[in-house]
Design a protein around this ligand. Structure first.
Ligand code: SF4
Length: 125
């Protein structure tokens, strides 16, 4: 039987890999070879740590939970149009220098486009 911390780590990785679809709690434990009791305990622990979100769902007439990752790993596509990638000032850009992301208009404009949903980065993860 795998150790609890190993299971917790594997469970988190599994949930993160399901992305926006999430995974039914029972499906997850079946894949990891854990008991439902242990699985419930781990999913509550991951939720309490703020790593996953549990959403109640009716499945085959029984209430269960679908588990979603709270954060998804960033994809390369999500930053493909970031101005820093092609910026000539990149080697000298540093938060402690005059060329800094803190006061960069190009970076600010790009972030604002993402916030408005007008960047190619939105919805790529
Ligand atoms: S923050 Fe601005 S200056 Fe710095 S690398 Fe990015 S685009 Fe260039």
């Amino acid at each position: 039987m795998p150790k609890r911390n190993d299971l917790e780590q594997k469970a988190l990785q599994f949930v993160m890999n399901t992305g926006f679809e999430g995974v039914l709690q029972s499906e997850l434990w079946r894949n990891l070879g854990a008991s439902s009791r242990e699985g419930s305990r781990i999913s509550i622990k991951l939720e309490n740590k703020g790593l996953i979100r549990r959403a109640k769902e009716l499945c085959d007439g029984r209430w269960t939970y679908r588990l979603y990752p709270k954060r998804l790993p960033a994809s390369i596509e999500s930053i493909s149009d970031c101005p820093c990638l092609m910026c000539q000032d990149n080697p000298r850009c540093d938060p402690s220098s005059t060329i800094s992301p803190k006061n960069c208009e190009r970076l600010t404009d790009w972030i604002l486009l993402i916030a408005k949903g007008e960047s190619g980065a939105v919805g790529d993860s």
